[in-house]
Design a protein around this ligand. Structure first.
Ligand code: FMN
Length: 258
């Protein structure tokens, strides 16, 4: 098993996987590590759906915008905010059920995300690779339907899991000084911002232009820098308004907006 810091510092998202199943005992081990994460009130208001069935993965594929990892990785993990289980227990115990509001969704989401990152790190320590899927949140209504989630359960984060069939270059990260504020928040000057994003701009544009499909899109849309790629192509105002509406609609349907 790899050393803890070596595991943390060598993280890269894996999008290509070997056709090799993840043994049950390994899965059990990393899921156990996941559930050791801190938890609000130690309620553990989350569930982890383990999908290995090819038919269900195929069904999930469009909801994940046809990202190949969904069907190519042997395992797909979906971490859900889940107050359903707790509420059943409360009901049986003649206790007020509560937990049907936005605050509860946030608490469940935080717990689910902490557990997911614990599982991710444990997986990487075991020589497995993962790639988070933002589509888990964006398509949470459709994913809830396919995974047969009851009320008060909502998918929040998820990732593909399997043995890596690639060793991608480590991606850049912002410098520590860009991210850390000592004692109180120190706002950024124009020069700070230019310095902070200089390397990302260079590396990011190089990376996108190396992908023929993205290069075509960038050239066609007359986007001239990485910041514009982010908000004119990748994360547009319209798409984010639509995803926000979808997420709120899912929360309402799943009983988290009372
Ligand atoms: C919440 C979340 C959602 C993500 N969604 C996707 C995704 O849908 N598809 C994908 O290929 N990568 C996805 N990623 C992976 C990021 O693109 C990746 O972590 C980032 O580019 C940094 O690269 P690295 O993980 O290799 O260091 C996601 C990461 C996070 C944390």
């Amino acid at each position: 098993m790899r050393l803890f810091y070596e595991t943390l510092l060598s993280h890269r998202s894996i999008r290509k996987y070997k056709h090799k199943p993840v043994p049950d005992e390994v899965l059990q081990k990393i899921l156990t590590a996941g559930t050791r994460a801190s938890s609000s009130g130690n309620m553990q208001p989350y569930s982890i759906i383990v999908t290995t069935d090819e038919k269900i993965k195929e069904e999930l594929l469009p909801a994940h915008f046809n990202q190949s990892m969904v069907t190519e990785a042997p395992v797909l993990l979906t971490f859900c905010a889940d107050f359903h289980r707790m509420r059943l227990w409360l009901e049986l115990s003649d206790a007020p059920e509560n937990f049907d509001n936005f605050m509860s969704f946030m608490i469940g989401s935080i717990d689910a995300t902490l557990a997911s990152q614990n599982v991710a790190l444990a997986a990487e320590a075991e020589g497995l690779g993962i790639c988070y899927l933002g589509t888990t949140l964006a398509s949470n209504k459709e994913i809830s339907r396919i995974l047969k989630l009851p009320k008060h359960v909502v998918p929040v984060v998820g990732f593909s899991l399997g043995y890596p069939d690639e060793v991608p270059k480590l991606r850049d990260r912002l410098s520590l000084e860009a991210i850390i504020h000592r004692e109180t928040y120190k706002d950024y000057s124009v020069d700070d911002i230019k310095k902070i994003y200089k390397e990302k701009e260079r590396e990011g544009m190089k990376r996108y232009k190396a992908n023929p499909e993205l290069k075509k899109m960038i050239d066609k849309s007359k986007v001239t820098n990485l910041a514009q790629v982010y908000t004119k192509l990748k994360y547009t105002k319209d798409s984010h308004i639509k995803y926000s509406e979808d997420v709120f609609s899912c929360l309402k349907e799943q009983g988290f907006l009372n």
